[in-house]
Design a protein. Sequence first.
Length: 399
Amino acid sequence: MKKRTYLTFLVAILIFPLGCVAVSDTGKSLEVREVPLITGIDIQDYELRITVNKPFSSMFRSIDPNKAVVELPDVSIGAFNNRIVSNKAGITEIIPSQTESPSLMARLDISVQTPAIFSPEYRDNTLIIRIKKLESAVPLSDVPAGEGHEGYIIGDEDVLQISVWGSPELTVQVPVRPDGRISVPLAGDVKAAGLTPQELKAFLEKELTKYVKAPTVSVVVTAVNSFKVFVLGEGISRSAASGAITLRRNTKLLQLLAQLGSLQNVDLNNSFILRNGQKLNVDFYKLAVKGDISQDIQLRPNDEIFLPDNFEKRIMVMGAVRTPSAVPYREGMTTLDAILSAGGFTEFANPNDVLVARKEGNEVKNIEVKLNDVLKRGQIDKDLPLRPGDRIIVKTGIF
């Protein structure tokens, strides 16, 4: 009996380690590892706080001035699996999502109403994203494109936001200096003028590989100050903008003309645009008067717009009118139209004794116009159509 008990005990000792290994192996496959999870998403004034119950790492990137993405490796989104709609801190929505293959990853897509700079900071198991509104930030669709290039060409005085994913300490907002360079942490002074944002991004990523593992850089033009056109000519009133004009977005010719104000003193038939020393085939008269939008071209940096005065084409109205003056010529204008624009007849005027002096070649032709027949008898065929540069003399009827 003792021998049988001893053998049973010995077999149990031999089998027990094997059973432990099996259980241990099985235990490994069934082991549930407690992963960090998001416990709070708090939107405050000008900042977003993402809290996790354990220490975590994060990757942040700004897709454009209106969107940013936060990725948290090996972190669960927890209970935050629904779209979050907000009207605080300029945030319009936060879309949480989670992937489990090839590894667990929590992701937050953040959208803001107006262009902004995102500044992430990690502190006490909380990712703090400060949001600064950019009044002058330029949407990518509005950034003017350089001729012959895909995308905007960075120039002097532009302002750039340089961001490096996962390295918020390298995020800077810098102006392009007159020498065309910017100062970037670790990379030093870098030539930016003459490059597109994509070209500058590629260059910075190459430079930063010396200091950062697989850097991903974003370059955003937050202020366009180098896109200038030059407007000159006596046709523009003194109160209107002239000289060098900085354009903040893609601008067409008609938009610029609307910005300049009244064009009544501009000789539209002789206005033109110079681009790289070449005169463009653009008809200002067809565009501004006839509404021919085929003439509405896209402006380019350093375009020169010449708007001469139309003084020689104005209608001079003199004699017995209330306000003798030079009246801008309009297509279809008649003698009576011009006189009414000059205030109309005085009480001493003789409407049937009006003289129109018209220059034809080297000669001046005097045409008599009887406007009493127009005013009192309705004979509008006697209201002489005018030509640019005509002179109108209204005589008196005192005697």
